[in-house]
Design a protein around this ligand. Structure first.
Ligand code: PLP
Length: 294
């Protein structure tokens, strides 16, 4: 499907939307991004996504030329121009065009790109449960490149995903530098034990907005939730396991490295969270508004 993309300050047909070959986003993965979703004509957690984008940009010392409100409006206008009711939005900001050397001082204005698609399907088996393998790649230690920065450099995640593909699994589970569970290649991870939910602290993974929402929902549902480290033993012996992210939503995991988790099917707590999440994403959000002047 061919949509309209916001790039270099204007809207262009996707086939004509391009960035300069000297853009440091392309040459060095020097930039930041957000994956955002719309449900029923509203963008879910738009402000929170833009806030996280600004935090990532600040960490990369990438000065943004738009305000948070202006960027939010560009996202909404991209949705309008693509007649998005339910869809997935990719907001990307690169360092911009510079010299071949990596010094960002050669770069001019940051490039803002917004792509909006009417649908996204990440995992074929997302409602019944996905299979996961533990990756041999570790998430970067917090004192290397912080996993909190949602940068354009996703090679660690891509390598883990290739490894999962090679091993016939739907997704990869990455450990941190100390061997504790960190996250999946593009999702956060939760286990369900007899004490409720547990998810790793965000020093070793992205501060996922879906993760935050799940923690809030667990509170509302009266399900205890701890942010604490855990290792593979607790994954193997968990009653239930699920991964979550904006694109994936909340997805049960039925096996890890060929070991069946729980009963090998979606468990009762995961089902509750899946249902609560589905209700929440449709009950809140920034209205996209009507399409004007097309
Ligand atoms: C590495 C990683 N972890 C977790 C997530 C989930 O974050 P969110 O719920 O904000 O989409 C993502 C999303 O892209 C991700 O790339």
């Amino acid at each position: 499907m061919s949509g309209v993309v916001y790039v270099s300050g204007s809207f262009k047909p996707e086939s004509q939307a391009s960035v300069n070959v000297l853009d440091h986003g392309l040459l060095y993965g020097d930039g930041v991004f957000e994956g955002i979703r719309a449900y029923g004509g509203r963008v879910f957690k738009l402000e929170r996504h833009i806030d996280r984008l600004f935090q990532s940009a600040k960490a990369l010392r990438l000065p943004l030329t738009q305000t948070q409100e202006e960027l939010g409006e560009i996202v909404l206008e991209t949705c309008r121009r693509n007649a998005i009711v339910d869809g997935y939005i990719r907001l990307v900001i690169t360092r911009g065009r510079g010299d071949l050397g990596l010094d960002p001082r050669s770069c001019g204005t940051p490039e803002v790109i917004v792509i909006a698609r009417p649908q996204i399907a990440l995992y074929k088996e997302s409602s019944v449960g996905v299979t996961v393998v533990t990756s041999s790649f570790r998430r970067p230690a917090p004192d290397t490149v912080s996993p909190s920065i949602k940068s354009l450099n996703y090679i660690n995640n891509v390598l883990a995903r290739i490894e999962a593909n090679d091993r016939g699994a739907d997704e990869a589970l990455l450990l941190d530098a100390n061997g504790f569970v960190a996250e999946a290649s593009a999702d956060n991870v939760f286990i369900v034990t007899d004490k409720g939910l547990a998810t790793p602290p965000t020093a070793t993974n992205l501060s996922g907005i879906t993760r935050e929402t799940v923690i809030e929902l667990a509170g509302e549902l009266g399900v205890a939730c701890q942010e604490r480290v855990f290792n593979l033993f607790e994954v193997w012996t968990a009653r239930e396991l699920f991964i979550c992210g904006t694109g994936a939503e909340v997805v049960p995991v039925v096996s890890v490295d060929g070991r069946t988790i729980g009963h090998g099917a979606i468990g009762p707590v995961t089902r509750q969270i899946v249902q609560a999440y589905a209700r929440t994403v449709r009950a809140t959000g920034t209205p996209i508004g009507v399409t004007v002047g097309q």
